[in-house]
Design a binder for this molecule. Structure first.
Ligand code: TIU
Length: 232
């Protein structure tokens, strides 16, 4: 079985039962003028996760892995947004309000959609979610189980919020998760560091941590014929 060099130990995966999960790579989080910036964050910290995630996405497409993209956001009438979430932060421009990229975190708006580099292709399911976790109030678990998926390679933003919540949800549902540290990002460098440590501590309490280079090398190895098969 192919394996990725990772912490706390190698992550073994079967490409047929492994999915790439790209979490919330939306303009509202990654680009100026969205929810992330409305919360007072420096969004440039998230942009650096886009190029390695694009390399991983392209390689997974070439290898035929199942790929799922998630987006955080709400119906235009905000009926699926808890009042507590709407009120949180006492923001002058928050969820549902007009921002430079349209209504913040509202489905169908420009800011709610994926950044240009990471737009889904036909055949790659998009899961719209109202919460931080990708399994809460969505059909993600059904989609993954129907494909026989057992392992998730995780990219996206932000590390300690939607990535962590999703990995914790996935862990409780029996999935093994590999988080690629250069393909996830936080507005807070200290949360990035500690968020990744939390996943791999205690023998991998929530999963494994590696990076795009090590994962791409493993995917390349999995695609090449094994030495024992050459000349047969
Ligand atoms: N604010 C923040 O760090 N994150 C979110 O609100 N959502 C996600 O992480 N996707």
């Amino acid at each position: 079985m192919p394996s990725v060099a990772a912490e706390p130990y190698e992550f073994e995966f079967d490409p047929r039962t492994t999915a790439l999960l790209v979490i919330d790579m939306q303009r509202d989080f990654v680009d100026p003028g969205g929810f992330g910036e409305a919360l007072g964050n420096d969004v440039s910290l998230l942009r650096k996760a886009v190029p390695p995630t694009k390399r991983v996405l392209d390689a997974c497409r070439a290898a035929g892995l199942f790929i799922v993209h998630t987006r955080e956001g709400h119906r235009p009438d905000l009926s699926d947004c808890p009042p507590a979430k709407l009120a949180r932060g006492r923001l002058s421009c928050g969820i549902g309000d007009n921002g430079p990229m349209g209504r913040i975190l509202v489905r169908g708006e420009y800011g709610h959609d994926f950044v240009d580099e990471l737009q889904p292709r036909p055949g790659e399911p998009v899961v719209d979610k109202p919460g931080k976790g990708s399994f809460y109030a969505t059909d993600l678990d059904t989609i993954l189980k129907n494909r026989g998926i057992k392992q998730l390679v995780v990219c996206g933003v932000t590390t300690e919020v939607c990535v962590h919540t999703t990995v914790r949800e996935a862990n409780d549902r029996g999935y093994d998760c590999l988080v690629l540290e250069d393909c996830v990002a936080s507005y807070f460098p200290e949360f990035q560091e500690v968020g990744l440590k939390m996943i791999k501590a205690q023998g991998g309490i929530f999963g494994w941590v590696s990076d795009s280079s090590r994962f791409l090398a493993a995917l390349q190895d999995a695609a090449s014929p094994q030495p024992s098969a050459i000349g047969r």
